[in-house]
Design a protein around this ligand. Structure first.
Ligand code: PAF
Length: 306
């Protein structure tokens, strides 16, 4: 494994409220066995472990998850794995951006203790027969156009939970359906981990941060703003008392269709927990969208809770 030296800043420990100087040698680890050895040593020493699962090419959105994890756990593992089982045959698995050196620098600065960067052959046996699936929560939204996606996500996240055995795991609200699915999977399969959802991080002009933003050309980058504009429109309508979810969705679609480079995959209002379509803005409602800007498929959403 590769080693990096980090001199972690002074960190306040909540129990004693004293200042505790920790020196952590951040490691980049490629094997499951080594991750298990290191994390079980930490647990034996009474330390809590946070996990931030990622597919790498880290940005400010990931950094916000790592920061939160570092503030709530003694040790933080960031997994950096472009998971092949969550990509459909015509999707961007090969093109997905990767840069482990840049990722390592970001993790090191943020105070992570370990990056798990396995090869696909380390994570999946050629004759793998067992997968983790979820039923109705994957029927709507992204599940419609990406039918195998959430099976791949649930499988790899379960494997990461079994490998790292974290106390807490951190996921972004940008992938709202993924977050709802993982929470349900953890509940239904009794995983002993607390799932922490973290807010969407946006560029100054509103575009939600995403590794896929790097695919956008300069004209597309401008056109991509239509997603956050539609989010704002929908959220403002809901906040000002519009209770008809279909009306909100259709106004958002109308706005997106004014952008010639945009092609809607979906805009839908669903119950934020069950991911079932709703007609009224009652309870916690997730209004989510996927929109192609050229060939790049981007997602964005808001949750409105009365
Ligand atoms: O959100 C992601 O980046 C991925 O879906 C995840 C959770 C790391 C699983 O591969």
């Amino acid at each position: 494994s590769l080693r990096m030296n980090i001199h972690l800043k002074y960190r306040k420990t909540s129990s004693t409220n004293c200042i505790d100087l920790k020196e952590i040698n951040m490691k980049i680890v490629k094997t499951i066995e080594e991750v298990r050895n290191i994390t079980s040593q930490w647990r034996a020493e009474g330390m809590s472990v946070g996990l931030v699962p990622t597919m790498g090419f880290l940005h400010e959105g990931h950094k916000s998850l790592i920061d939160r994890a570092v503030s709530e756990n003694d040790r933080v593992v960031v997994s950096d794995f472009v998971n092949p089982t969550q990509f459909g045959p015509s999707e961007d698995l090969e093109a997905y951006p990767r840069d482990i050196n840049r990722d390592a620098e970001l993790c090191e600065k943020a105070g992570a203790a370990l990056i798990f960067d396995p090869e696909p052959s380390e994570m999946y046996y050629d004759d793998c027969e067992a997968y983790v699936n979820i039923n109705s929560l994957s029927d709507e939204l992204c599940g419609k156009s990406r039918p195998i996606h959430f099976k791949g996500v649930c499988t790899v996240v379960s494997k990461l939970f079994n490998i790292v055995k974290p106390d807490r795991a951190y996921f972004g609200q940008k992938d709202a359906q993924q977050l709802a699915i993982i929470k349900r999977m953890v509940r239904d399969l009794n995983f002993d981990v607390q799932i922490v959802g973290c807010p969407i991080i946006r560029e100054a002009d509103g575009l939600a941060k995403s590794s896929r933003n790097t695919y956008l050309g300069s004209e597309e980058r401008k056109a991509a703003l239509i997603l956050s504009k539609a989010v704002k429109l929908g959220e403002d309508m809901a906040k000002s008392g519009e209770n008809d979810a279909e009306k909100i969705v259709s106004k958002m679609k109308e706005l997106i269709n004014t952008e010639p480079m945009a092609r809607i995959d979906y805009v839908e209002a669903v119950d934020a927990i069950s991911i079932k379509p709703v007609k009224k803005m009652d309870g916690a409602v997730l209004v989510a969208m996927a929109v192609y800007i050229g060939k790049t498929r981007l997602i964005d959403n808001f949750i409105f809770e009365k």
